[in-house]
Ligand binder design. Structure first.
Ligand SMILES: *Cc1c(COP(=O)(O)O)cnc(C)c1O
Length: 361
């Protein structure tokens, strides 16, 4: 077996011990004569997985008792619609920060469901900057303020948070959840698709504060209502059991690695190695993102020409480093280095970048 360093943006690399454990347990789960895939979601075996997954999330995110954890289908994109459906009651308005491609999608869905005020429009700067969180002109009566903590495509990441006071702050943390400590009490709702830092695609994590839950719109179909999932412990219907099982294994692994504190330190080291390789290349590599908001998860960079970018990507692939092509909408190169990327992967890529620049510069 020859596993590569996988820099894909999502779905993305998973810890090898997790894949191996899932493989070992796949056909016969813990001696029960069947796969977990074949079991009832009401069975004690599945219940342990489900409960443990939520418990690990609560512990590693240091969630106070007034926050609920929901495990839902539909990925982060479903949340682009569910958030305004639940929180934008009749005649209400929300504040949005337009920081890149993902915020744009979330904003487009919110606009279909209610009034949206744009409090920051990054398109003027090609989405290469973020605003000063203290300088946003926020509506004190807004139903919520929406942020995207890390723009996976553009490579910008909020380094500090606005404080909208009593207005619930809603944040899409799909691509940096569990990679740094958070002032959790400032957030009313956090959501994240699982396939970057948590597990397989299709699953979304939603963390919601009790006061936000209590204010949800109630005349929606059952699956679309946060309170229904909260009351039933995310077992209102059949949950995405296998995605939750893999997520539980990933969380168990992260916990053993030292949780968020260790992930935070590693993210600093990995991204430091790559940004150093860019900055020290005397212009061979360039990162378009403003230095004060560079992402620690998605490192975007350009080479002097598209031809060089293509040879960079294919030579890296030949040396066991994949997924370095930038998003099709922006081109260039992108290295996605989520929690499961070992430090050795970032070291190998930084070394390769130096060699490539030396031989092609
Ligand atoms: C990947 C991603 C999404 C979309 O997630 P899906 O699970 O595919 O719906 C949304 N927001 C951000 C920031 C992402 O990185």
């Amino acid at each position: 077996m020859n596993r590569i360093y996988n820099f894909n943006a999502g779905p993305s690399t998973l810890p090898l011990p997790v894949l191996e454990q899932a493989q070992a347990e796949f056909v016969d789960y813990q001696g029960r004569g069947m796969s977990l895939l074949e079991m009832s979601h009401r069975s004690p075996e599945y219940d342990r997985v489900h409960t443990r997954c939520i418990e690990l999330l609560r512990e590693m995110l240091a969630l106070p008792a007034n926050y609920q954890v929901l495990l839902l289908g539909g990925g982060a994109t479903m949340q682009f619609g569910m958030v305004p459906l639940n929180l934008l009651g009749q005649g209400r308005s929300c504040d949005f920060t337009l920081t890149g491609a993902w915020a744009k999608k979330a904003l487009a869905d919110a606009r279909k469901l209610g009034k949206v005020r744009m409090v920051y429009d990054g398109s003027e700067h090609d989405f290469m900057r973020l605003p000063d969180p203290g300088a946003l002109d926020l509506d004190p009566k807004a139903a919520y303020l929406h942020l995207t903590s890390n723009e996976t495509i553009g490579g910008v990441q909020w380094q500090s948070w606005p404080d909208p006071g009593p207005v619930p702050m809603v944040c899409d943390m799909s691509s940096d959840i569990l990679s740094r400590p958070l002032p959790i009490e400032r957030f009313g709702l956090i959501y994240a698709g699982a396939q970057k830092n948590l597990g397989p695609a299709g699953l979304a994590l939603v963390i919601i504060r009790d006061d936000v839950l209590a204010a949800c719109v109630d005349d929606l179909p059952a699956y679309l209502r946060y309170p229904v999932h909260a009351q039933k412990g995310s077992l209102y219907n059949t949950p995405p059991v296998y995605a939750i099982y893999l997520t539980q294994l990933v969380l168990e692994w992260l916990h053993q690695q030292g949780g968020v504190a260790a992930a935070d330190q590693l993210a600093q080291q990995r991204s430091g190695l790559l940004y150093d390789a860019i900055d020290q290349s005397t212009g061979f590599y360039s990162c378009p993102v403003s230095a004060d908001c560079r992402s620690r998860m998605n490192i975007v960079f350009r080479l002097p020409s598209e031809e060089l970018e293509q040879s960079f990507i294919s030579e890296a692939q030949a040396q066991g480093m994949g997924g370095l092509k930038g998003h099709r909408s922006v081109g260039g190169c992108r290295a996605s280095i989520y929690n499961a990327m070992p430090l050795a992967g970032a070291t190998a890529l930084a070394d390769f970048m130096r060699h490539f620049a030396a031989s092609h510069g």
